[in-house]
Design a protein around this ligand. Sequence first.
Ligand code: SF4
Length: 492
Amino acid sequence: MNNIPDNPFDDDKLREECGVFGIFDITSSKSDAAANVALGLHALQHRGQEAGGIVSFDGSQFYVHRALGLISDNFSSEAIMSKLKGNVAIGHTRYSTTGETLLRNVQPLFGEFSFGGFAVAHNGNLTNAMLLRRQLIQRGSLFQATSDTEVIIHLMALSSAKTIEERLIDALRQVQGAYSLVCLSDSAIIGVRDPLGVRPLVLGKKDNSYILASETCALDIIGADLIRDIEPGEIIFITREGLRSIKPFDHKKERFCIFEYVYFARPDSTINAKNVYGVRKHIGMELAKEAPVEADVVVAVPDSGVPASMGYSLASGLPFELGIIRNHYVGRTFIEPSDHVRHLGVKLKHNANSSVLKGKRVILVDDSIVRGTTSRKIVTMVREAGATEVHMRIASPPTTNSCYYGVDTPERSQLMAAQHSVKEMANLIGVDSLAFISIDGLYRALGEARRNDEMPQYCDACFTNDYPIELTDYKQESSMGSKENFGKLAEV
Ligand code: SF4
């Protein structure tokens, strides 16, 4: 498949690792679970575009299809979907942060145990996976994939516990990191959130089917109702008998990823009873209060900067205009890495609307600055369209640290805010002024008075360097001065 990102603007964005979805029709044995999973994954495609997979179960047999590429390309044909039989199925859409883009890394991963088949779909990242993997290999485990998720399967296989439930708990007690899991056995789908609840997972219902999904937008697409968010540290079992929930881990204070609200989640999703679009608008309003500037017009960097721009416009009283227009119809094949197309850069997908920019002092709102390369190109484009001043306002604090909890982040050395002051960044990007929302402003937009520095309400490590989960592998790699390479087999 083509690994060039679909959107040249998104080259310079943090990327979510994965989306997960599962459905169990508890009254039927015939229903079309896999088709609903494909729809759910399609709604979660923003969380990962590299690959996807579905595993279904019809009461006697598991069926699996995994493929590199988009869900709509791989799970729309009758030939494939008719083979994914059963009233229960789980699926996964992936953007890799650990493990290369190999078919054998595409999830759900599946293991044959003495107790039967077991499939796992994982959103997040285990921070001690390398250490556990090394120990497991020494004990004789043979790994098929290079992703961190396979560690869970092997820990379950080696557990001396009797039931699947006990083996899963046993395995999860040994892992560190962020994980929202959707698993499938021959009698249940199982949803799990890590004890801090870093990544999202919701429970929904439609008729006689229960659903687990990364975001509520995936419930909407199949017409399901949201029941509630799965709680941090909760394991929920969905069987023919209905729902059962346990909390086997020590209670910890929730530290949900604050960046889900800023950028990753879809604006039409609701997380912890907060609509993402509404939060983003409030971030823009806080930003306008914290960093006002005399200007004529507020313009969003589409699409992710739009809600915050609207909020900024509301609070400042300045008009919101579509000063940058996005072309939604640029296909992947168009973005082959030819020199000519590379040269077009951001213009491939976005164009400055000079009719609203010419002669204007522009406030340009974006959600974040990662490397800063794209911001510079956009600012140039806006100036070339006739803007007399460009003031950039960013709907998150400076991204100064990498994420180790399931988001693909460049190394610190590549993060513009880790290497430069705000003033230097403004010069490099070529704006008249640059301002980021403060960390307390971001918390205010989420309805908090401020960040509680003793017991922070969210994970915000990429802004604060305050990592709530031990970074075991990273520390070990840093002390060794190199990264361990487990991927000895190249797929050709
Ligand atoms: S480090 Fe940043 S992106 Fe990663 S989980 Fe924490 S808030 Fe989210």
